[in-house]
Each structure stands twice: as C-alpha cells, then as structure tokens.
Design a protein around this ligand. Structure first.
Ligand SMILES: Nc1ncnc2c1ncn2[C@@H]1O[C@H](COP(=O)(O)OP(=O)(O)OP(=O)(O)O)[C@@H](O)[C@H]1O
Ligand SMILES: [Mg+2]
Length: 449
C-alpha cells in the first residue's frame, strides 16, 4: 500500500515536472523565434565579422579564445539588438511575433472552452489540452500521440478519419473506471489554421459528459414507473371489487359492505397519491423562488400539534410541544412549513411506538444564540437502520413498503419536505438508533430584523 502510494506520488511529481518543462519549452520557443528571425536578417554582417575575426587570428596573432568570445558577443548582439533592424528582418520579426500572438490566442480559446478540449497536429500529436481535458485524461506531454491520452479504439479511429477526410466526426465513449460514464467526443478539423503556423492545431476534439443527463433521464423514467405502479395497485383493486360486486357478491349484503369499505380506502389512497404528486411538482417548480412572507414557527408548530392531536390519541401516543420561544420568525410560506412539520409529526406517530411519546421541540441552533431555529421531532419508535437514512428523502423510498402502504403512506412525504426546506434555505438531519427511536431535525435561518 505504502509502496503504491509512493509510486503514485513520484508519478504525479514527474507529471508536474514534465508539464513545467513543456511550458518552459513553449516560453523558450516564443523568445527564440524573433531572435532567430533577427539573426537571419543580419547573417551577411555576421559572416563579415566571422571572416575578419579569422583574419585577425591567422595574420594578426589574435588568441583564438578571445576571437571566439568576440564572435559569440557579435552573435548575441545580432540576435537581441532590436534597433536598426533592416526592413526584411523587421518584417520577419513582426511575422514571428504575430505567430507567437496567434499561438497564444488559440491556446487561450481552447482554455476557455467550457468542456474538456484537446488540439492535435496533423499527425495526431497533442499540441494543447485545456485543464478540463487534463482532469479527464491526466496531464499529458505536448507532442505525445493521442493514443497516450486514450486507448479507446473508436476514438482513435475517429481521430484518424477526421484528420484524413477533414470531416467532422462524433463518437460515443463508454468508460467504467473509476465510475461509469458516457462521453460524446466531437472532432472538428481546423482546415484553415493548419497553413498559418508550423505547429497550428489541425483538429479540435471536445468531450461532453452525458452521464448527468443519463442520470436525470433514468430518474424521470423511474419516477413515472413508480407513480404509475402506485396508482395501478389501488386501481386494479377497485376494478376487481366492482366485478365481484356485479357478480358473486351481488346478493351478499355482508360481503358488499366489506368491499365498499375497502374500495373507499383504496380511492382515498389514490387521491392522496395524486395530491402528493401535485404538491411535489408545485414545490419543485417554486424551489428557486425564495419565499417573501414572514412566518412564526411557534404558531406553525402549535397549529400542527393541535391538528394531529386526535391522530396521536388514536395511536395512544403522547404528543407534546416544548418551546422556550414565544415567537420564532423565519422568511417563509405558512402552508409549506406546516406541510413539513405535519409530515414529520405524522411519520413519528405512524412509525412510532404505540403507547409511547412524540416530542416536538423548538429552540435556537447553536443553543441560545441568534442565527438558526432548530425544530426536533423525536419519537421512541423502533428506529431506522443506518443504511436507509441517506435515502429517506428520495421519492417513493420506504423502509418497509408494505408497512408504509398499510399506514396510508405514499413515500413522497420526505421528498416534499426536502424540496420545501431547500426553498427556505433550510436543512433536514435525521438521527436514529434501532430500538430507541428517531429524531428528525429541521434547521431554518432566522428572519432578518
Ligand atoms: N419517525 C420515523 N420512524 C421510522 N421510520 C420512519 C419515520 N419517518 C419516516 N420513516 C420511514 O421513511 C419512509 C419515508 O417517509 P415519507 O414521509 O417520505 O413517506 P410515507 O410516510 O411512507 O408516505 P407519505 O408521507 O407520503 O404519506 C417511511 O415509509 C418510513 O419507512
Ligand atoms: Mg410521511
């Protein structure tokens, strides 16, 4: 393990060094080009200096070392002395400078592409990659072949095809490591740029990550499948009951009574599901609009506790509200916040322990200091196993589907709670110990005064 980590560390240092070296080489290239152009422009004068130096060495007894030193000085002078450039060398210097500027410009454009982007030369070698591409493929050496970035055969074939045919190509890439993902690579040949500079990019490849899009599509499909399944079950029951009432149970008043009661319950369940679906879509639509009203949480909680008192009594549960605050103001929507606490208290009663207690507590978080309100809804029921906790706010997620259905649950309550709290810039935390009970805590920012 240690050796592996060490190797990884050395690898990443080597990669960083290579990157720096590439950048240094680029910078040196940018400096060298105008100097070479100036040398080319002054080559006649340099030849003359060389001949004269040779003459002084041969006929005048000048030491070769001094002569070499003088010659080196002359070359450096000719390379870097800007004044007195001839028209030709000035033009060459300007052209070289324009090349440097153009190179800098197209690199900046590639860096600004919001997706991973890679530029290749006509031989399929890397000329530039933006940071997102480096994140995707790791840092790669300029001049290395595309195959050193990805070995995907479809991608490499498409690169070759795009370079040979000068036609745009798209290819889908499927990766499984380290996570499953789908990428769409688009290759666009840069026909005109290739002739401008000797290392101009010939092909631009951009990669679009379709994984998130796929995840959303899957979520939508799952949601429709779940919603229709939830509706189909009571509907099938209603249809079956109607057939029975028309047939075998037609003249059986006792059976009719039982069927009609259950049909009423199933119809009730369907209408609850439709209400919850509508409620969910309404809160989702408004999630990004912060509420403008002001609501007193102390009032909301006492209203909710009062409304649910009969339900608690039926379940033989002692429901109590503990609040040290007379008023607890938040920016919010009364109906939505009431829906949040109604669901939490209802859950505590439904899934709590008959003969037990449910406590609703209102206080400050951190205790005693202004900032956020904290509302705890605590029960002493059987609790929830840790592996379920992160998934409880998913739509239709239920710890025990049959038990929840039997209690009239649709599994949408906590999903609605999460969206309402998002809109209110609030938070939901869940703590539970098996056999001891659960506490659902809501944190809401205090309304500014
Ligand atoms: N206090 C609690 N104790 C134990 N389990 C709970 C508690 N609150 C919620 N759960 C579990 O979380 C699941 C999801 O709750 P949620 O409120 O989203 O749905 P529901 O109560 O089943 O249906 P709905 O609220 O739409 O009527 C429940 O089915 C239940 O399994
Ligand atoms: Mg619920």
């Amino acid at each position: 393990m240690g050796a592996l980590e060490g190797a990884g560390c050395v690898g990443s240092i080597a990669q960083q060094l290579r990157l720096r070296l590439d950048r240094l080489r680029l910078r040196a290239g940018e400096l060298a080009e105008p100097a070479l152009a100036r040398l080319a422009g002054r080559r006649l004068a340099l030849c003359l200096v060389a001949v004269l130096t040779l003459l002084f060495v041969v006929a005048g007894g000048l030491s070769p070392r001094v002569a070499l030193l003088g010659l080196a000085g002359a070359v450096a002078f000719a390379a870097f002395w800007r004044k007195g450039d001839s028209a030709a060398s000035a033009a060459a210097t300007a052209a070289a400078q324009a090349g440097v500027d153009a190179r800098r410009l197209w690199r900046m454009v590639i860096d600004a592409v919001p997706d991973p982007a890679v530029a290749l030369d006509p031989a399929g070698r890397l000329v530039h990659a933006n940071h997102l591409a480096e994140d995707l493929f790791g840092t790669r050496r300029v001049g290395g072949h595309m195959a050193s970035m990805s070995r995907d055969p479809d991608l490499l074939a498409a690169v070759e095809e795009a370079l040979a045919s000068r036609q745009r190509q798209t290819v889908e890439l499927h990766g499984r490591v380290p996570v499953e993902r789908r990428l769409l690579a688009t290759m666009v040949p840069l026909g005109h740029a290739a002739g401008l500079l000797h290392d101009a990019p010939a092909l631009l490849i951009t990669f679009r990550d379709l994984t998130e899009q796929d995840r959303l599509a899957r979520m939508r499909a799952d949601f429709v499948a779940n919603a229709s399944h939830e509706l189909r079950t009571p509907l099938a029951y209603l249809k079956g009951s109607v057939e029975t009432l028309q047939g075998s149970a037609r003249d059986d008043p006792a059976a009719r009574e039982v069927f009609l009661r259950t049909m009423g319950e199933q119809a009730e369940r369907m209408s609850r599901l439709v209400d919850d679906l509508l409620s969910l879509s309404r809160v989702e639509m408004r999630e990004y609009l912060p509420p403008s009203g002001e609501v007193d949480l102390a009032t909301v909680l006492s209203d909710v506790v009062q409304t649910l008192e009969p339900m608690a009594q039926r379940a033989d549960i002692a429901l109590t509200l503990h609040s040290k605050e007379q008023t607890a103001l938040v920016r919010g929507d009364y109906d939505e916040l009431a829906q949040v606490f109604q669901n939490l208290v209802q859950n505590a009663i439904k899934y709590g322990h008959s003969g037990g207690k449910v406590e609703v507590r209102l206080g400050r978080e951190p205790a005693g200091k202004p900032g956020r309100w904290r509302i705890d809804v605590a029960d002493d029921g059987p609790g929830i196993a840790a592996q379920h906790l992160p998934r409880l706010t998913e739509r239709f997620y239920r710890v025990n589907v049959a038990a929840s259905r039997e209690k009239g649950g649709t599994g949408l309550g906590l999903a609605i709670v999460k969206h309402i709290l998002n809109r209110h810039r609030g938070e939901l935390t869940i703590a539970s110990t098996l056999g001891q009970g659960s506490t659902f805590s809501v944190l809401l920012p205090e309304a500014p005064v």
